[in-house]
Design a protein around this ligand. Structure first.
Ligand SMILES: Nc1ncnc2c1ncn2[C@@H]1O[C@H](COP(=O)(O)OP(=O)(O)OP(=O)(O)O)[C@@H](O)[C@H]1O
Ligand SMILES: [Mg+2]
Length: 307
């Protein structure tokens, strides 16, 4: 049994845009890897390259030490996929879509039909079996796409933004499904642009931006690498004025919110001086709170979305 997928320095350039730029990562069996990055970071392209749906300009995808794309269909069938958005025709029905996927994987037609229905039932959408994909709601479509993870046994499962568009109940259920795959020894990759979504789900996270891996490791390691300091939130009816005053004090990471201003501090000890100054200047401080550095913030800074 192969134990890991190793992505080695893959690059893909489209006309005018570099989608993936020398990216490397590893997916281990029995573990969940979060693929975290902002819109356009190259997550979907990376997943499609691993699957062999997009050919990279450079780099390799190895299953242990074998080149996945040179080994042909048998090796590829070890890797399953749940797409970000429906990729088939809008007139396809969920049952047919799933049935055909199982057949492609070598499941006999009659059994494939049964598996398709079971997979839809597990995602609570069996009643949509004969509807058309194009006519389903966003969350219904997503659940049909996730059901793709259940129609055939796999060693690895690549899930492209499985939580997007789902309501909280189904987010929780899909998380359970991911953990269940993990317990069964499947290596799961889950992409997302929200760190919190992955925080208690993944063994490791690979943070990517502009097609490059900035980090792969545990969330704790990520926190140690990028976190530190504190965040001060001051509620005020005049946030723009408050922000100006705080900037005059030399703080550069200041955000104006609807009824509040948010300041990044070196440590929580600095909060008192900031609040005193705002009160002296009469901007109307209605309340405040400090907390340890927000990991989501740290991640946004790492990918360059914040100063
Ligand atoms: N088929 C294509 N033709 C041209 N450019 C493409 C194509 N596919 C992707 N790109 C470009 O490559 C970059 C990476 O896209 P990709 O879809 O991999 O990002 P992503 O991380 O999945 O983003 P999102 O969070 O929005 O899903 C983007 O700039 C995108 O415009
Ligand atoms: Mg994407």
């Amino acid at each position: 049994m192969p134990s890991r997928i190793v992505v080695e320095g893959i690059s893909k350039r489209y006309k005018g845009a570099v989608a993936v730029d020398g990216l490397s990562l590893e997916i281990a069996r029995g573990k969940v890897l979060g693929l975290l990055g902002p819109n356009g970071a190259g997550k979907t392209t990376t997943i499609k390259i691993i699957l062999g749906l997009v050919k990279p300009d450079k780099g390799r995808v190895l299953l242990d030490d074998k080149d996945l794309h040179r080994e042909g269909v048998r090796m590829k069938s070890l890797v399953g996929y749940t797409p970000e958005v429906p990729e088939g025709p809008a007139w396809a029905t969920p049952c047919r879509l799933l049935e055909d996927l199982a057949v492609i994987d070598g499941v006999p037609r009659a059994e494939a039909r049964l598996r398709a229905r079971q997979a839809l039932a597990e995602l609570g959408v069996e009643d949509l079996c004969l509807r058309r994909m194009g006519k389903l709601s966003k969350g219904q479509k997503k659940r049909v796409l996730i059901a793709q993870a259940l129609v055939a046994e796999r060693e690895f499962m690549l899930m492209d933004e499985p939580f997007t568009g789902l309501d909280p109940e189904w987010v929780a259920r899909v998380r359970e499904l991911v953990l269940d795959l993990r317990r069964r020894g499947v290596g799961v990759l889950v992409s997302s642009h929200i760190l919190r979504e992955l925080q208690d789900l993944v063994d490791e996270v690979a943070v990517i931006a502009k097609g490059k891996t900035l980090f792969q490791g545990t969330i704790d390691e990520l926190a140690r690498k990028v976190a530190g300091g504190a965040v001060l939130l001051v509620r005020t009816p005049r946030p723009a004025e408050a922000a100006r005053i705080v900037e005059e004090m030399g703080y550069r990471d200041v955000q104006v919110l609807a009824q509040a201003v948010r300041v990044r501090l070196e440590s929580e000890d600095e909060a008192q001086a900031v609040i005193s100054r705002l009160m002296e200047r009469g901007v109307g401080v209605r309340g405040f709170e400090t907390r340890g550095y927000d990991l989501e913030e740290a991640y946004l800074r790492l990918v360059g979305a914040r100063r």
